[in-house]
Ligand binder design. Structure first.
Ligand code: SF4
Length: 258
């Protein structure tokens, strides 16, 4: 287990996001030990605005120590406006190996659920089975863009191994929780040659799939035929989901016209 060695305070916690499938979100950690190299959009933004110095600084998570006090203050004011809260947008709520982050995520979800607010969780860590005891309206998701551990070590060096991630999600599914998988940022074949069908089969038990291309990556945009590639794969995802009655969402700009 890893220890948090830096705590910071914030003035606000819940905010409305502009992302495609989001409502409200909260980020109770600054930085993320998963250190994704796609690159991570949150890292690029924080670096641009001077909130983190460099990649190493980003990878040392700083816990927002007044998270629960902020929620106590903000939930009564916002609860009628909020449809759902996503944990998280610019960090990971179940950061691999950080028990203190996990505990804070669970306590936050409990507070939101107690006010009748549903939570949507997305992680590259391990979803604890104790989540099954919380509101059954919650939705629990993992990101999964490959099944190849050597690729995971290269692009998501601090995140949980794929099979561990999947097993935790499946365990929640098996006890009746709503589960989903984000297949984003999906890589082009010049990054890794892989079989989409194999990945789809591995996640075929979930209730919902999100599929999206890799952005902000020169190797991807310089891959000849990347538009055709994403169009073809998006069609495969849609057909797979329609055959199995799985909900799906294809992220903006993943399907493009020639
Ligand atoms: S898990 Fe998310 S927030 Fe963390 S480094 Fe990866 S992309 Fe960024």
């Amino acid at each position: 287990m890893a220890e948090i060695d830096c705590y910071i305070q914030r003035k606000t916690m819940l905010y409305k996001t502009g992302v495609e499938y989001g409502d409200y979100t909260m980020n109770f950690v600054q930085g993320c030990s998963h250190g994704c190299k796609y690159p991570c959009y949150a890292y690029l933004q924080k670096k641009r605005f001077g909130q983190v110095d460099d990649y190493n600084d980003w990878c040392k998570p700083k816990l927002i120590s007044n998270t629960l006090a902020l929620l106590d203050k903000e939930i009564p004011r916002l609860k009628d406006k909020i449809k759902s809260v996503q944990l998280c947008f610019s960090t990971d709520p179940f950061m691999y190996g950080y028990k203190e982050v996990e505990n804070m995520a669970i306590e936050s979800i409990k507070k939101l659920n107690a006010a009748g607010i549903k939570c949507t969780v997305l992680t590259k860590g391990i979803l604890p089975i104790s989540l099954a005891q919380l509101s059954r309206d919650n939705e629990y998701g993992i990101t999964l863009i490959s099944l190849d551990e050597s690729y995971r070590e290269k692009v998501e060096p601090g995140a949980a191994p794929y099979q561990e991630r999947l097993a935790a999600l499946k365990a929640l599914h098996d006890v009746g929780c709503k589960t989903w998988v984000s297949m984003e940022p999906y890589p082009t074949p010049n990054l890794i040659e892989q079989d989409l069908q194999q990945i789809l089969e591995a996640v075929g038990f979930t209730d919902k799939l999100i599929f999206g291309r890799t952005n902000y990556n020169k190797e991807v945009s310089s891959y000849k035929g990347h538009k055709d590639f994403y169009n073809k794969l998006a069609a495969e995802v849609i057909s797979f989901c329609e055959d199995r009655g799985i909900q799906y969402h294809i992220k903006d700009k993943t399907i493009t016209e020639e």
